[in-house]
Design a protein. Structure first.
Length: 132
């Protein structure tokens, strides 16, 4: 049966360095899909950069709705702008930074109903070593 999810149906998440809302996931009835709306504020001078995270057995697809930033991954650093789509392979550590002057807004899709079960967050790149 088709379901429509409104903004009031989304669930706020407590994730480091970003505002995130889970639009749909297993908890809302999805079997193999999770969607999140993520907002990352511009970096502050002298502010600490957040560490990467990794998804053990599923990809992440990110559509940039607004703003500009950098996707840092094991394979390199990639500039991203509104309208871009990023595909992050499973098992690749990655983090998105806002390099612009306005909020970086991302729509993130995962082909699993439970992102948390397969995701590990790290404090820094150094603490993530050996997570491959």
């Amino acid at each position: 049966m088709v379901r429509v999810f409104t903004p009031t149906d989304s669930k706020p998440l407590d994730l480091p360095g970003r505002r995130s809302r889970e639009i749909l996931a297993a908890a809302s009835g999805a079997v193999r899909a999770t969607m999140r709306l993520v907002e990352i504020e511009p970096e502050q001078p002298g502010g600490a950069k957040r560490g990467p995270h990794v998804h053990s057995d599923f990809e992440e697809c990110i559509y940039v709705l607004a703003g500009s930033g950098t996707m840092r991954a094991e394979s390199g650093e990639y500039p991203i702008n509104a309208g871009d789509t990023v595909l992050v392979p499973a098992k690749e550590r990655h983090v998105t930074y806002n390099t612009g002057s306005s909020t970086l807004t991302l729509l993130c899709f995962f082909p699993t109903g439970n992102v948390n079960a397969g995701t590990v967050e790290f404090e820094s790149w150094e603490t993530s070593r050996g997570a491959e």
